[in-house]
Design a protein around this ligand. Structure first.
Ligand SMILES: [Zn+2]
Length: 394
């Protein structure tokens, strides 16, 4: 019996003990849980460049503790990541450090300035599409602007162009614009009409007698048209003169007989108005100064006399410097005088004639004068021979 009782008491004590332990530890646990630091935070935050952000904003919940470090403003003026510690003191006096990784990123594309709705250019002109265009980025990085688009400033039309700027974070901004390539208008140069030469008689410095009648000048009986001596707009022989035509036919036949390829007068007579549009086109293309070196102003072209023409030869460059020095050019230079023609604008004599070397331009003067000017192959110019100038005086 006793034994049994003892056993029961032992059992009872044991139960009490276990119960006490459970209760005490339960209370301890409860106490601990009531006062334990309960913290939740964002270990890594991403902030836009320049955005205001206080570090404690990364701490989502603090129970049974206090943030003891300063609530600093995160420096978002620098791109990249940084680690900022936050100190928290719990109820038991222990300090905990949590590290917040802050990534400062640039999510904003650059701003492009200066893009116009449309740009107008004249075909063939050089245009700097980036002129006046700049880009700015929030991160103050240096931003380059590119212009893209399938455009051709040499062809009139409307093209879409896109300005693009990207920063080092890969944010791209684009702005569209329109490029309008306008047709180049032949801007007719208002060439001053050649002043009509007043009637007069004169003697050149080489002693030749000259006469100007009805605006047409003859020196020693030879019609002269150059930069000094003009022709009135009404002067129109209606084509190459018959003498010129006949002499040219003989010369071309002789050339063929001499083994030259076929040659012909490509450009013969040109009226005042034809010369006017020709010259004005050249001015529009190359400018007046350049045009004056190779094209005559209306009223000053020898082609208006009906006595001059430009030769073209089968298989050779036609009316261009590519003809200079070729076999047919040499043949013409050596033989033209026999048929009454002069090489009107010889090489190296542009200061006398007012024109560059034209191996293709021949002027009919008759064999008499042509033989003199031929000068055994060292062509003398009309200007030098007669003692006259070839200069525009307007
Ligand atoms: Zn010519």
């Amino acid at each position: 019996m006793k034994k049994r009782n003892k056993k029961r008491i032992n059992k009872k004590n044991c139960l009490v003990l276990i119960l006490s332990i459970v209760v005490i530890s339960g209370l301890g646990l409860l106490f601990y849980n009531l006062f334990k630091l309960n913290l939740s935070y964002e270990g890594e935050v991403t902030i836009s460049y320049g955005e205001a952000y206080k570090i404690n904003d990364a701490i989502k919940k603090v129970k049974n503790g206090d943030i003891v470090s300063d609530n600093i403003d995160v420096d978002t003026s620098k791109l990249g990541s940084q680690e900022i510690p936050v100190l928290i003191k719990d109820k038991f006096g222990k300090t905990h450090e949590v590290k917040i990784k802050v990534n400062v990123v640039d999510e904003e594309g650059p701003v492009i300035h200066g893009v116009k709705d449309s740009i107008e250019v004249v075909e063939g002109s050089n245009v700097d599409l980036l002129s006046g265009i700049s880009a700015q980025d929030n991160s103050l990085e240096e931003i380059e602007v590119k212009v893209e688009g399938d455009y051709d400033t040499s062809k009139p039309g409307e093209y879409t162009i896109i300005y693009k700027a990207s920063d080092s974070s890969g944010n791209e901004t684009s702005k569209e614009s329109k490029l309008v390539v306008k047709e180049k208008k032949i801007d007719y140069y208002a060439a001053p009409s050649a002043p009509v030469m007043p009637d007069k008689t004169f003697t050149t410095c080489k002693g030749f007698s000259g006469v100007t009648k009805n605006g047409v000048t003859y020196i020693d009986g030879y019609l002269v048209a150059n930069k000094t001596y003009s022709l009135p707009s009404s002067y129109n022989p209606g084509g190459l003169t018959s003498e010129t035509r006949d002499a040219a036919d003989k010369m071309f036949a002789a050339a063929i007989a001499d083994g030259m390829p076929n040659m012909w007068a490509q450009s013969g007579f040109r009226s005042f108005s034809t010369q006017s549009s020709l010259y004005n086109n050249y001015v529009a293309r190359d400018g007046k100064a350049a045009a004056d070196t190779y094209s005559a102003r209306p009223g000053h072209s020898e082609h208006q006399t009906g006595l001059a023409f430009d030769v073209c030869v089968t298989g050779y460059a036609c009316i261009s410097s590519g003809f200079n020095g070729t076999a047919p050019a040499n043949w013409l230079s050596k033989n033209a005088y026999k048929y009454g023609f002069i090489l009107r604008y010889p090489s190296g004599k542009s200061n006398e004639t007012g024109y560059m070397y034209e191996s293709w331009h021949f002027r009919y003067v008759g064999t008499d004068l042509a033989s003199k000017l031929y000068n055994n192959g060292d062509w003398i110019t009309m200007e030098s021979y007669f003692g006259i100038t070839s200069e525009y005086n307007y």
